[in-house]
Design a binder for this molecule. Structure first.
Ligand code: RIB
Ligand code: CA
Length: 317
């Protein structure tokens, strides 16, 4: 069983990723750390608690990290995730869930030093950049670093060339990719090139509601807003669920394949947040990123659906 920390910004697809991780025997979620992204960090904390309550897993500790990007002004994604950050499902607050005094970075520092814990980052990389600032050795003790973010040949979703997690905090993303370069390590980049292929469809939802009405109802409640957003903006029937693919790849590393390349994140101007992937070796620099470019969609759904449908779940009033 691999120990993981999920660093996220719940967020609809973050929530589905947490559901997948906590229904997968291969991983032990030792903690969830929240970063400002889709939702402001305190809302992200409460949304993580809402998902954990549904799963009957309020035993999993949740820590709050950065409430804004490293340099830029904070830009949320509530236009995509709804005003409650959870698809306007307006699930009840989970009572008696105080934000711990221990910060996300303090928890990471304490947990990572043993070298047996991986991080799956599903939001902006602000917490990880802060960890690099305060304790590079803990950061470099991360066993595997898998990040949902960036894009190679696929167009951006926040600008022609930038994906939200790295666009919202390009400076932190650059710090992380640069630190991996200096250390001769590779971040696993699960970008839009592969996540765009993972679309939860109305048919998937119908199957879920038939097979497991409690889970189907929960997933419908948190994704209906996302479905509407995808239809209005991209005429997609369904919704792209980016984050669960990062968890699935961690669990089953054959779902994705890609290229190893030197990659740097642009931090200024029109291409801010773009991941510049040197696939041709122009810069003659060693690889710091495993950039995923192809996905076995069937393998993803064969892993995701049975596990999500196996969740008991707490019926919502
Ligand atoms: O660009 C998609 C990513 O940004 C996903 O992780 C989504 O949850 C948002 O954080
Ligand atoms: Ca996310």
């Amino acid at each position: 069983m691999e120990k993981i920390i999920i660093d996220c910004d719940p967020g609809i697809d973050d929530s589905l990723a947490i559901m997948l991780a906590l229904s997968s025997p291969e991983v032990e979620v030792i903690g969830i750390t929240i970063v400002a992204g889709n939702s402001p960090s305190e809302l992200g904390f409460m949304n993580a608690k809402r998902v954990l309550k549904f799963l009957g897993r309020l035993d999993i500790p949740v820590y709050v990290g950065a409430d804004r990007p490293r340099v830029r002004n904070y830009v949320n994604a509530l236009d995509t995730h709804g005003e409650d950050g959870l698809g306007e499902s307006f699930l009840p607050e989970v009572p008696d869930q105080a934000i711990p005094k221990e910060s996300a970075v303090e928890f990471m520092k304490k947990s990572l030093r043993g070298g047996d814990v991986s991080v799956i980052a599903l939001g902006p990389l602000t917490n990880l950049a802060e960890l690099i600032d305060s304790d590079i050795d803990s950061f470099l003790s991360i066993k595997r670093l898998v990040s949902m973010g960036g894009n190679f040949r696929s167009h951006g979703n926040c600008s022609p060339v930038a994906e939200y997690n790295y666009w919202e905090d390009p400076d932190s993303a650059k710090v992380v990719f640069d630190a991996m370069y200096e250390a001769g390590r590779e971040i696993e980049m699960v970008g839009l090139d592969v996540t765009r292929k993972i679309v939860l469809t109305p048919e998937n939802l119908d199957d879920m509601k038939r097979e497991n009405p409690v889970v189907g109802d929960f997933v419908e409640r948190i994704t209906k807003f996302y479905f509407k957003f995808h239809w209005e903006w991209e005429h997609i029937r369904g919704c792209v669920i980016n984050d669960p693919l990062a968890v699935a790849q961690f669990i089953k590393p054959t779902i994705l394949s890609g290229i190893e390349a030197f990659t740097e994140v642009d931090t200024l101007g029109i291409s801010m947040g773009q991941t510049v992937v040197d696939s041709m070796g122009f810069y003659r620099k060693h690889s710091n990123a495993l950039v995923y470019t192809t996905v076995d969609e069937k393998a993803f759904w064969d892993l995701f659906l049975p596990r999500i449908l196996g969740i008991k779940g707490e019926r919502n009033e």
